[in-house]
Ligand binder design. Sequence first.
Ligand SMILES: Cc1cc2nc3c(=O)[nH]c(=O)nc-3n(C[C@H](O)[C@H](O)[C@H](O)COP(=O)(O)OP(=O)(O)OC[C@H]3O[C@@H](n4cnc5c(N)ncnc54)[C@H](O)[C@@H]3O)c2cc1C
Length: 642
Amino acid sequence: MIGTLDAKIPSGPLDRKWQSHRDHSRLVSPNNRRKFEIIVVGSGLAGGSAAATLGELGYRVKCFCFQDSPRRAHSIAAQGGINAAKNYQNDGDSVYRLFYDTIKGGDFRSREANVYRLAEVSNLIIDQCVEQGVPFAREYGGLLANRSFGGAQVSRTFYARGQTGQQLLLGCYQALCRQIAAGTVQMFPQTEMLDIVVVDGHAKGIITRNLLTGKIDKYPADAVVLATGGYGNAFYLSTNARGCNVTATYRAYKKGALFANPCFTQIHPTCIPQSGDYQSKLTLMSESLRNDGRVWVPKRKEDCQKPPDQLPEQDRDYYLERKYPSFGNLAPRDISSRAAKEVCDEGRGVGPSGRGVYLDFADAIKRLGEDTIRERYGNLFEIYLKITGENAYKMPMRIYPAVHYTMGGLWVDYNLMSNLPGLHVIGEANFSDHGANRLGASALMQGLADGYFILPYTLPNYLAGQMGKRPSTDHAEFKKAETDVRAKIDNILRVNGNRSLDSIHRELGALLWNKCGMARNAEGLREALAKIPELRDEFWRTVRVPGKGQDFNQSLERAGRVADFLEFAELMCIDALERDESCGGHFREEHQTPDGEALRDDDNFATVFAWEFQGNGQIAAPKLHREPLHFETVHLAQRSYK
Ligand SMILES: Cc1cc2nc3c(=O)[nH]c(=O)nc-3n(C[C@H](O)[C@H](O)[C@H](O)COP(=O)(O)OP(=O)(O)OC[C@H]3O[C@@H](n4cnc5c(N)ncnc54)[C@H](O)[C@@H]3O)c2cc1C
């Protein structure tokens, strides 16, 4: 039974909370650290940095990922950059301003204390990564370069061309490898966590499947850390890597961990438009491009089929610059995405499907020269050319919003611990810092803040009281969890139907996109809630998964993930229906300002929604817990980027 949710936010002034918390947290002495075993599931930027740091501190770490190498975590795809409040540009940035931009960007639906801490540690991340040798872009004189991202009027984004995630991950991977060589971290690639094990109310282990051999294993631990990324692929089409999924966090939810704000999804405005029904993935064109690219559509519907270079200036609508003059093309993602949808809904979209807007570099090339643009974004232009066959140096890119990131995740307190003692959740897998809309370049900041600088301080606080409490795998809970995992696999293989997995997942994705995507309303959400169980039923009657369990079987891997999406989708829609307001990326059509902006209802919804699984193995209406958000420093206001 879960009582009142306690976020464990330290008392005292906002800018002293983190220091004071560290001063008073419990510690584990160096000689005792090697007596603790920590499981870290995930080796992207969040998990990799946590595993490396905990290993360096002397804990014994087991780190798991489903890819063949930690270097292939989805974090590698991050393009544009990572924020920090260094104020190298001397343009007015500060820790407070990064904090404020992030809280406002999230439409006042995140905790002040967490976000302030994130802004505070942001500068340490840059120092750490530079010392690892991450090749951030530099100015002519050698100083680190910065650019701007949406929702900010300063330049605070550090970057390595359009490959920032890759370079950061290589730095993190080196740190991880050092610990692997030192014997403090044991790496388990191609191993999927399929359940967590809860003993006496604490998370004390996991059940895994070796993806090469199909072998099911049990691992005990003193604490479990989930760093398993986001669930954008519930929508089938997204900018996420194909492997991203909700399985680890959803199965933890079914074991009692609360899932917070599952309907908060980020739709990114600058992706290459979908080109066909059988496409399996969408591609991001980094937000950094909006530093130099100008977004427009024709003013008149009749002009939409004309080549862009035949439309003179007076016939173009630079709608972001027109509607949001102070932020212009760098308006935040939720707002820019909705603006693109609006012009396309009006019939002014471009490209074959009519669901596209232009991102035009002609002015920037005239002003700065093609070489400078190539230097800044060359690899993105190359990706665009390979996918569309169009040269964006010569004609504008066509872009359209797509699912990109999930702000929802497992509920955690200030220590990044879920309501299940011992289960810590970091990176995109938790819900903590971005409220209802994440600002660009803040996910990498959060993942690395959690892994390098926050969890290593907060985990000992839990571990200090856990000496000698690690259970053996003979414990009945391990046996039960293993039996359940095996039964689920057998059930999937037993269906032996004739419908392809992809066709079911695609149908679920289209339903979510239409009813719980960029715009939602109560009627549509109710429709989705009626259809999802039917689709789930269809899966369990008709899905075809060839091969067997005791073998390398990618269809089986994916089937397990799709089965979880088919349950989780319902939770997303329940959450979206219950939150009867608009905020950030959660745009309920019933609640909008006369200008069509999101209309919050702070009196009733300035809270985190945290859902408790009630099904005891079945899917039943989850129970809602509310964590009220208290704002002591910022003033709640209608978000404006005008
Ligand atoms: C195309 C693209 C570009 C982006 N660009 C930027 C950017 O420029 N700046 C920015 O700040 N953010 C960006 N983001 C967002 C950012 O990349 C992610 O939010 C972030 O990298 C997530 O890191 P993570 O460590 O939490 O998870 P991930 O990198 O997704 O890692 C998840 C890890 O968990 C493992 N895992 C998952 N489930 C299991 C399981 N059941 N068992 C075992 N292992 C499991 C995986 O193997 C992997 O190792 C971008 C996102 C996309 C899609």
